[in-house]
Design a protein around this ligand. Structure first.
Ligand code: TXA
Ligand code: MG
Length: 368
């Protein structure tokens, strides 16, 4: 398939081009578009066949449901069938965090085909703030089902070049609207079980939801609890079953105090190089000078700036692929707030490989 690529300035939207893209979605085509989190791979959520094409283009497992994007509250009523407490909670949280990087799981309206939710009676809804995303959905006049626009298992795309790399030839249109501000996918908040529960951490944090309701969150390692090699059959959010975000390189995370981490990361890097591997280091600005004599060192930004780390993470993981790096030695970043989202994605990129550098006698040298 020939993919058309259009560049659109989010601050000066070319409505004619966007109308053309919106027509493609309404008519059943696949359009990749920027959002404030990551790029999405969108289709008309009312059309079962178009939704099925998303799964095919991404190579996405057929039991991993899609979220639906809306551009106003009228559209919300077309996709949800929620009343009472659930509706009340959704609207109160929406008043504060929509439009924005938050997906809420509520009851699905039958107008949305089962294929979108993979047979679940619930549906994830997101009202994005990115102007291109909003205008595209508005012009299409239909809710847009869209997962992240990457091949299944690869890091999510925070720039159009990532989408082109993964999906050119598999979709009708890719809109290049620059890089995504947030850089990691939306917070997924489940409202169907009484207590609001964060299934996937993101830019809207547990602390923020907790200010409105008694809420809880899966541990940032939680999403890995259902990794592919794990036998949990029915994780609450089906996407959690799958190992995600993996670059080609093998990633291992090192946590502990700064001195121990730097020392062990350096020695692990050096022994990998001695063994003939192309190695790389994922670090923070404060530590980068410790590695000034080494190759393939990428910083996520300041250790105290989780927003910058989130914005840089996926591009950094793809950057290691471009450098042909086979082993990535990654420093852990502080958790809490948006840091949970960063560590959650990094942990999954590492397939759960994390080493405590403060533990005496940790037998890491055999594990790498
Ligand atoms: O920021 C984002 O959320 C991006 C942009 C494009 O909006 N989209 C995105 O979609 O990350 P995706 O499909 O890559 O991730 C959606 C996650 C998956 O882990 C999926 O399993 C979960 O949300 N999910 C979707 N519908 C669900 C439902 N009804 N119940 C539980 N989990 C659901
Ligand atoms: Mg995804």
């Amino acid at each position: 398939m020939k993919t058309e690529i259009f560049k659109i300035d989010p601050h000066k939207i070319d409505t004619e081009i966007l109308k053309y893209c919106a027509g493609c979605i309404r008519g059943g085509g696949l359009v990749c578009f920027p959002t404030e989190t990551v790029y999405g791979l969108g289709a008309n959520a009312f059309m079962k066949n178009s939704v099925s094409k998303i799964f095919k283009a991404k190579g996405r497992p057929s039991d991993n449901p899609l979220i639906v994007h809306i551009s106003d509250y009228e559209m919300l009523d077309l996709v949800t069938d929620c009343t009472g407490v659930q509706r009340e909670m959704m609207m109160k949280i929406a008043a504060k965090y929509w439009p924005g990087p938050l997906t809420m799981i509520v009851s699905r309206d039958d107008a949305i085909p089962e294929t979108v939710s993979c047979g679940l009676s619930t549906i994830g809804i997101r009202y994005p703030v990115n102007p291109i995303a909003r205008e595209l959905i508005k012009l299409a006049g239909v809710p847009v089902a869209a997962p992240s626009a990457n091949l299944s298992g690869k890091p999510s795309p925070s720039a159009a070049s990532h989408v082109i790399e993964d999906l050119e030839g598999k979709v009708d249109i890719i809109i290049d609207g620059g890089s995504c501000d947030v850089g990691v996918e939306s917070t997924v908040l489940d409202l169907t079980s009484g207590k609001p529960t964060i299934l996937r951490p993101g830019a809207v944090t547990l602390e923020q939801i907790s200010a409105l309701y008694d809420a809880e969150a899966f541990d940032w390692k939680g999403s890995h609890a259902g990794g592919e090699d794990c036998d949990i059959e029915n994780p609450k959010s089906p996407g959690m079953k799958y190992t995600h975000y993996s670059p080609k390189a093998d990633v291992v995370i090192y946590e502990g105090n700064r001195e121990n981490v730097v020392k062990i990361v350096k020695s692990e890097y050096q022994s990998a190089v001695t063994n003939g591997f192309n190695a790389g280091i994922l670090t923070v600005d404060e530590n980068i000078d410790f590695y000034s004599d080494l190759k393939n060192v990428i910083s996520l930004g300041s250790v105290n700036d989780p927003k910058s780390q989130a914005a840089e993470l996926f591009a950094s993981l793809r950057g290691f692929d471009e450098l042909g790096v086979q082993k990535v030695f990654a420093e852990a970043v502080p958790t809490g707030g948006v840091g949970d989202a960063v560590m959650n994605r990094l942990f999954r990129a590492a397939g759960g490989q994390i080493i405590d550098c403060n533990k005496k006698n940790n037998n890491i040298f055999g594990n790498i």
